[in-house]
Design a protein around this ligand. Structure first.
Ligand code: NAD
Ligand code: AHE
Ligand code: ZN
Length: 375
């Protein structure tokens, strides 16, 4: 069949809208009509050429929602008409990682996914017989796409596609980082670095978890008002702080008789390795945990004095907020439908596929929180 898609033809080049050939689902695979897709900073990261796994030409996009159109042989958990959210972190429930119960990082198809291919090592996308690569196993910048059954979460059919697509990455990553990875307790203090599409969801996760002091840090002053909508209690713009921001934040979080300072939990939602260091060092001596969410480019490394860890701080990372997609994503959709979490205000722009490059421009300019393409 033919599908309309925004194709990433090369690093740093605008996406090109094209008619692409799409082969139907093979065994264990599902054909999905994508109804809406968010644009995440990770799409921009790969398009920029910074992603060591980036390959071109590819169809990017990993934050979608849609409807099952056809299923391949052997598919048992999904049928035509089901509403689904694609999962870049699948959940096979039978690989050593899934069975460990210690991680959400299912390994069933990770190696082919990283090569832009389906689990059998081939691509379903092509133009004139020339292969186009899949991306993060999802390729939601195509109106129709094929995914493995284990990479689809079946969700409430009443939920609006143009909002719940955001649960395919940003919402789940931010809230999950708080609940699944950090396991934040009531009354905690927290600092969130970067108040974009992920950071605001960390804020709303912290509010849900009952954190007390929630400091937001961003170089864009417009993000102060945004943070306040989602539970932030204090805002700091590092550009307006004289000297090192770490002692400034430690001082702000001083509590108790010893007046040591530092937050119980800190989160990097910028992808900047210098900020990751600041986040670790602004966490509390003895027990502070710093969660790395941001994704940094090829060749980038994090550094700190080992003393920071010797004195009891923990550096952790999280992918997809530690969520087990097929199990947790339907529940997060229900939380949205029940009004427990907010999504609508964060979707600042809705675009047609033809205008998808505008979504990237808005992100670069710091003008959008989330742009969503509706097919
Ligand atoms: P975004 O562009 O919407 O937001 C980034 C925010 O960081 C912006 O508000 C920006 O002003 C702020 N910022 C930039 N530099 C800063 C600095 N030096 N100090 C403080 N703030 C700064 O991006 P997003 O969609 O929220 O994604 C954030 C990061 O998370 C990206 O690196 C993305 O690739 C990554 N990500 C990771 C996962 C995961 O599973 N680990 C999932 C989704 C996104
Ligand atoms: N290809 C990159 C890795 C990028 C990365 O870490 N991706 C996150 C999801 S970001 C979603 O917006 C992730 O899931 N990581 C776990 C995994 O298995 O990729 C690189 O640096 O090579
Ligand atoms: Zn993402």
């Amino acid at each position: 069949m033919k599908t309309r898609a925004a194709v990433a033809v090369g690093a740093g080049k605008p996406l090109e809208i094209m008619e692409v050939d799409l082969e139907g689902p093979r065994e264990g695979e599902v054909l999905v009509e994508i109804k809406a897709t968010g644009i995440c900073h990770t799409d921009e990261f790969t398009l920029s050429g910074a992603d060591p796994e980036g390959i071109f030409p590819a169809i990017l996009g990993h934050e979608g929602a849609g409807v099952v159109v056809d299923v391949g042989k052997g598919v048992t958990s999904l049928k035509k008409g089901d509403h689904v959210i694609p999962l870049y972190t699948p959940e096979c429930r039978s690989c050593p990682s899934c069975l460990s119960r210690k991680t959400n990082l299912c390994t069933a198809i990770r190696s082919t996914q990283g090569q832009g291919l389906m689990p059998d090592g081939s691509s379903r996308f092509s133009i004139g017989g020339e292969k186009i690569f899949h991306y993060m196993g999802c390729s939601t910048f195509s109106n129709f796409t094929v995914l493995p059954e284990i990479a689809l979460a079946k969700v409430n059919p009443d939920a609006p596609f143009d909002k719940i697509c955001y649960i395919g990455c940003g919402v789940t990553t931010g809230i999950g980082a708080v609940i699944n990875t950090a396991k934040v307790e009531i009354g905690s203090t927290a600092i969130v670095f970067g108040l974009g599409g992920i950071g605001l969801n960390v804020l709303q996760g912290l509010r849900l978890a009952g954190a007390d002091m929630i400091i937001g840090v961003d170089i864009n002053n417009d993000r102060k008002a945004w943070g306040e909508k989602f539970g932030m209690t204090h805002f700091v713009n590092p550009k307006e702080v004289e000297g090192d921001i770490v002692p400034y934040l430690v001082n702000m979080t001083k509590r108790g008789a010893d007046q040591i300072g530092g937050a119980d939990y800190t989160f990097d939602c910028t992808g900047n390795v210098k900020v990751m260091r600041q986040a670790l060092e602004a966490s509390h001596r003895g027990w502070g945990e710093s969660i790395v969410i941001g994704v940094a480019g090829a060749g980038q490394e994090i550094a700190t004095r080992p003393f920071q860890l010797v004195t009891g701080r923990t550096w952790k990372g999280t992918a997809f907020g530690g969520a087990r997609g097929r199990t947790d994503v339907p529940k997060i959709v229900d939380w949205y439908m029940e009004g427990k979490i907010l999504i609508d205000p964060m979707i600042t722009h809705t675009l047609k596929l033809e205008d998808i490059n505008k979504g990237f421009d808005l992100m670069h300019a710091g003008e959008s929180i989330r742009s969503v393409v509706v097919y």
